[in-house]
Design a protein around this ligand. Structure first.
Ligand code: ADP
Ligand code: MG
Length: 226
């Protein structure tokens, strides 16, 4: 019953999204068509146009890539997983980028293990999305801190940056599809993130101050033996 509920929830998300998806994909398609027509009429290959066409195609790839989450039939296999390990693996993925931008990526944890019931690949997606956003908001030389702590209820994770923060109108629409302030953003990352956390019976809260930074606080119930 649980499984089918999650399934129908996904289908309804797709339904609600359809109009938005069509819009977000039609825009780059219109632009691709336009630039190809321009090249066709000038009978010349224009490298700038090719760059634009390439970028628009990448934008469609990004959008469809994030939406795959809602369509893929997944066998959701929830088992005890260690959030500490998942976060460590996530940090590793960003090490090169951190070096390139002189960003200090700190991992704070009190306990040696942080077990919850969950699906590793989905949870990894959550942390990748949040750390990626933190990077995109952070100036060179700043610090991003991820901390894990065990509470009476379960496991808490904080992803804290000292970057741009966000204005009210963005803050109030976080997690709604296509909310983005980035030129090549999809505005789908947090929607996917929130959905995964919810499927794990967890919660997300955010605090953010413009030009000061942002903290995402996730709470998950502790692992119980099935
Ligand atoms: P995208 O990253 O493609 O724009 P997301 O759903 O991941 O889509 O994020 C939506 C928007 O939320 C971002 O465009 C940005 O404006 C804001 N945001 C998310 N995380 C942060 C952060 N750590 N600092 C500042 N703004 C953020
Ligand atoms: Mg993002």
């Amino acid at each position: 019953a649980e499984e089918s509920m999650i399934q129908s929830e996904k289908l309804s998300v797709i339904g609600e999204l359809s109009a938005g998806i069509i819009h977000e994909i039609r825009n780059p398609l219109t632009s691709i068509k336009g630039f190809l027509q321009l090249m066709q009429s000038s009978e010349q290959i224009n490298m700038d146009y090719i760059d634009i066409v390439m970028r628009e195609i990448e934008q469609i790839e990004n959008i469809t890539g994030e939406l795959l989450y809602f369509t893929k039939p997944k066998c959701e296999h929830f088992a005890p997983v260690d959030l500490g390990i998942i976060v460590q693996e996530t940090v590793r993925l960003f090490e090169t980028q951190a070096l390139q931008h002189n960003i200090k990526l700190k991992l704070d944890t009190e306990a040696s293990t942080h077990f919850i019931n969950g699906e590793k690949t989905q949870l990894k997606q959550v942390f990748v999305n949040l750390v990626k956003n933190a990077f995109e908001a952070s100036p060179d030389g700043s610090t991003i801190t991820i901390s894990l702590s065990t509470t009476d209820q379960g496991e808490d994770v904080f992803i804290q940056d000292t970057g741009s923060g966000m204005p009210k109108h963005v803050f109030n629409n976080l997690g709604k599809s296509f909310t983005t302030t980035k030129v090549t953003g999809t505005g789908l990352g947090l929607m996917v993130t929130y959905t995964i956390v919810k499927n794990h019976k967890g919660s997300v809260s955010v605090s953010s101050e413009e030009n000061k930074g942002t903290t995402f606080h996730l709470s998950f119930p502790k692992a119980v033996k099935e």
